[in-house]
Ligand binder design. Structure first.
Ligand code: HPA
Length: 270
């Protein structure tokens, strides 16, 4: 993988320059259009050797690198999920590339189902911690001791503080909560959601957790925001579907974009 990362680094730097990105973003379902916010270069994943297919509809498989609010950001417009490939480490190469380009901080986004009456469709939730219900881990197979990564404060407390402050400034509710990763691609059963509630989950989704583990493995600081697109299975009469996720995500995406811009503007926060 080292050679692949070196080649990708040279490829990206040859078109985007060598200035390190100050923030990396991974966009979730229905947020892919945010790649177009960046004033800079945009490369299709298909042109980046070893990058995942990331073929889920509602995602934009482009790497964008350039300026947003005067700050240099790198956006991964799409992620590969465990359920697409059966590989939990599908985002290892993109996140390693971000590190090789000199990046240190990552903000992940996802679409999620809510288990909490405080978070309704269209609301945001800042992830404080997670529960891994998938039985999978992206570090399985790494053979040295670097695989034993601490997950205490995995969701960086300083980044979280900064994001909460930005949300408060804008008057956008950003409650913190626990995100539970289910593998998908089927949605959860109502019984699974009741179990997750008892165990302390506030939101459920099919992504993000492997990337947080990979970020901590790589020594990157990470934070993550869920965009609530539905109440989780059994908690409302509304049918759950990917179409619904894509239709609802843009509502939360507007709030997310406002917080992101505010965070980039107030340099201290992120
Ligand atoms: N469950 C899992 N993933 C999701 C959901 C959900 O209810 N909504 C959006 N992504």
């Amino acid at each position: 993988m080292e050679e692949q990362i070196e080649a990708l680094t040279a490829q990206v730097q040859s078109v985007a320059g060598v200035t390190p990105p100050e923030l990396g973003l991974v966009l979730g379902s229905g947020l892919g259009h945010l790649v177009d916010l960046v004033d800079g270069i945009k490369i299709p994943y298909a042109d980046l050797a070893g990058f995942p297919d990331a073929g889920v509809s509602g995602h934009a498989p482009y790497l964008a690198l350039g300026l947003l609010e005067g700050r240099r950001v790198l956006i991964f417009g799409a992620r590969s999920h465990y359920y697409e490939t059966g590989q939990a480490d599908a985002m290892r190469l993109p996140l390693s590339l971000f590190k090789a380009l000199g990046g240190t901080r990552v903000l992940l986004t996802n679409a999620a189902g809510s288990l909490s009456p405080d978070c309704k469709p269209g609301d945001l939730m800042l992830i404080r911690d997670h529960i891994n219900f998938s039985g999978q881990n992206p570090l399985i197979g790494i053979s040295d001791d670097t695989r034993f990564v601490s997950m205490v404060d995995a969701y960086n407390p300083n980044l979280r503080r900064g994001l909460r402050k930005c949300a408060e400034t804008l008057g956008i509710a950003l409650p913190e909560g626990v995100y539970a990763w289910f593998s998908g691609p089927s949605f959860e059963t109502p019984a699974e959601i009741r179990a997750a509630q008892v165990l302390g989950a506030d939101a459920v989704g099919m992504s993000t957790v492997p990337e947080v583990i990979l970020c901590r493995f790589l020594g990157l600081e990470v934070a993550a925001i869920s965009i609530v697109t539905n109440m989780a299975a059994g908690l409302s009469d509304e049918a759950i579907s990917h179409e619904h996720t894509k239709a609802m995500a843009p509502i939360g995406a507007q709030k997310f974009e406002a917080i992101l811009r505010q965070a980039l503007k107030s340099v201290k926060e992120i």
